[in-house]
Write a protein that binds this ligand. Structure first.
Ligand SMILES: *[C@@H]1O[C@H](CO)[C@@H](O)[C@H](O)[C@H]1NC(C)=O
Ligand SMILES: *[C@@H]1O[C@H](CO)[C@@H](O)[C@H](O)[C@H]1NC(C)=O
Length: 260
């Protein structure tokens, strides 16, 4: 049996146990919504995007020491609505989302990603220090073809430690979404047929956002990653001990099992 088929099942079982134990254990994030507000989005679809955002907020524990949320919309220009450090309660964030006005202009997705990296997800705007290992997340919701290039700037943003979720609605090219979103794409890239379908993603994000740090950070645990509310730790399988790096495991039982 390959080592990894075992670690896959171990991880899956520990994930499932965690989700069962903790329906929604809030985990601190620095989370910026990047919302396409282009002309092609009809007014009632724009309302559906707001509903989607508000429904996602239910999984967040919003506060300065918990999850901070920022939001920007973009069309031909980037329009910041609020920063990570603007609001400290969920009610304020929800109200600001309800009050957003549709820009109904172009689709400068690359520009919006650049703004997210250079302004919205920086310490000046309230992002916590990198050393605290609080995930920096951008969730991009778009319905069309960008008018500028996205590949390079999205790669730079990911390189800078931003985890990007790319959600496409309608006739968005999968390749564009993949050029934007983080790896693995199965976790970060989602395409739905229309704005009515965007609600189906709520259950997908519930499991990601609720209590499982191991799913949102690049944990690098060799064997098992165990989530805790604002952090995670690595564990080793039976018969192994964790090395001082806190990630890799050494197999003490190896010699005894061969020396019989
Ligand atoms: C946030 O955490 C810091 C450091 O742990 C603490 O000093 C501060 O009082 C906390 N603030 C709130 C509002 O809980
Ligand atoms: C949205 O897409 C779904 C799945 O393809 C389809 O069943 C539904 O009729 C569409 N709704 C609208 C309003 O177009």
């Amino acid at each position: 049996m390959s080592v990894c088929s075992f670690c896959f099942w171990t991880k899956l079982i520990s994930d499932l146990l965690l989700i069962a134990e903790n329906p929604c254990k809030a985990m601190p994030l620095d989370f910026v919504f990047v919302i396409d507000s282009s002309r092609s989005i009809r007014p009632n679809d724009y309302e559906k995007v707001k509903t989607f955002i508000i429904n996602l907020l239910q999984f967040f524990d919003i506060g300065h020491n918990a999850t901070q949320v920022g939001l920007l919309q973009y069309g031909s220009v980037v329009q910041p609505e609020f920063s990570l450090n603007t609001y400290t309660t969920k009610a304020e964030v929800e109200e600001a989302v309800r009050n957003m006005q549709h820009l109904a202009t172009g689709t400068m997705t690359g520009l919006a990603i650049q703004y997210t990296m250079e302004v919205a997800l920086t310490e000046e705007q309230g992002a916590r220090q990198m050393s605290l290992q609080i995930p920096r997340i951008a969730m991009i919701v778009t319905d069309g073809r960008p008018q500028d290039t996205v590949e390079e700037i999205a790669a730079q943003a990911r390189q800078a430690g931003i985890q990007i979720f790319a959600i496409g609605v309608g006739r968005v090219e999968m390749n564009t979404l993949k050029a934007i979103g983080s790896e693995p794409h199965s976790e970060h890239v989602h395409l739905v047929a229309n704005f009515s379908q965007i609600e189906t993603l709520i259950s997908v994000f519930k499991s990601k956002l609720c209590g499982d740090m191991c799913k949102v950070v690049e944990h690098q645990c060799q064997h098992i990653c165990v989530s805790s509310p604002s952090s995670y730790r690595c564990k080793c399988r039976k018969g192994f001990t964790l090395n001082p790096d806190g990630k890799t495991c050494k197999g003490e039982s190896l010699s005894s099992s061969f020396n019989r």
